[in-house]
Write a protein that binds this ligand. Sequence first.
Ligand code: G3H
Ligand code: 13P
Ligand code: ZN
Length: 343
Amino acid sequence: MPLIPMRVLLDHAAEHGYGLAAFNVNNMEQIQAIMAAAENTNSPVIIQASRGARSYSQDAYLRHLMLAAAELYPKIPIAMHLDHGNSVATCISAIDQKFTSCMMDGSLQEDGKTPSSYEYNVSVTREVVEYAHRRGVTVEGEIGCLGGIEDDHGAGLSEAEVQAHLTDPGQAEQFVADTGVDALAVAIGTSHGAYKFKKKPTSEVLKMDIIAEIHRRLPNTHLVMHGSSSVPGELVDLINDYGGDIPETYGVPIEEIQEGIKHGVRKVNIDTDNRLAITGAIRKVFKEKPSVFDPRSYLKPAREAMQRLCEERMIALGQAGNADEVPILTLEDLAKRYEAEVR
Ligand code: G3H
Ligand code: 13P
Ligand code: ZN
């Protein structure tokens, strides 16, 4: 089956009340881990690549790896998404490289660091929606800013500063009306990376009530939770047991993600948990078998560790069991649907 627009997966998830993990990838092993997990759990899949991932892996490698995934797993619907596009040009280049979905993150200026104005955000997002929808490609926008910084992307807000950049539900409603996005990323107190919270988050710092209010105002918009790694203590311990140095830290509890799914969250971005799983597995091999030097001896356990994590998340979010239920609509089908909506 061809790579399909993310909107098709989100619509099915909304209709049936489940969420979809969107896993970040940079290489073949990560794509293999996600696809094996999807096959084992009969899950539809969102695979996403950031700007950093695109420059690390190069678009042509990435595109062909994704096409290989589609060829090897013809029964699994797969959407290929650009994570945190920083400009109209970045989104257009991803669409031209066969991504079936893109995020225009106009919550930050083109530098990917400085919080932007509402007007700037609307103008760049609207432009991407016009280009993308003509081609059937899905668009995710963002309103409000997350904390943390990943590979040079992010405003670098601290846990306290994040609270001043939470999504305003009224502005979210206006933003969707002004831009026509398919999906909306919201800021509810989380951050990218491993260092989200210094203790298990309470409702004071992780504002699930904002999601409920946005969903009440925008029942037909698919909500997206970024920074949704749970940062499992056992993975942090594994890394530290085998020579790593990660201070005590907390992520987003799975129960909170499940609560979000009850209130319209359909896409849940997860990168850090897989990074931790991979690093723990590789460190273990290096420590226990210092004489090995065949990359397969550590990449295989790393891939297996990521697969286990993806399977756990696919089951917890409810996407498991749905791969063969999703109606298969193409980019052309969606382009026609958007055109009919405009008329
Ligand atoms: O948004 C952040 C994702 O975890 C991607 O991170 O920009 O380091 O590839 P990256
Ligand atoms: P984590 O760092 O929590 O995995 O978040 C990833 C993310 O939001 C990618 O856009
Ligand atoms: Zn993100």
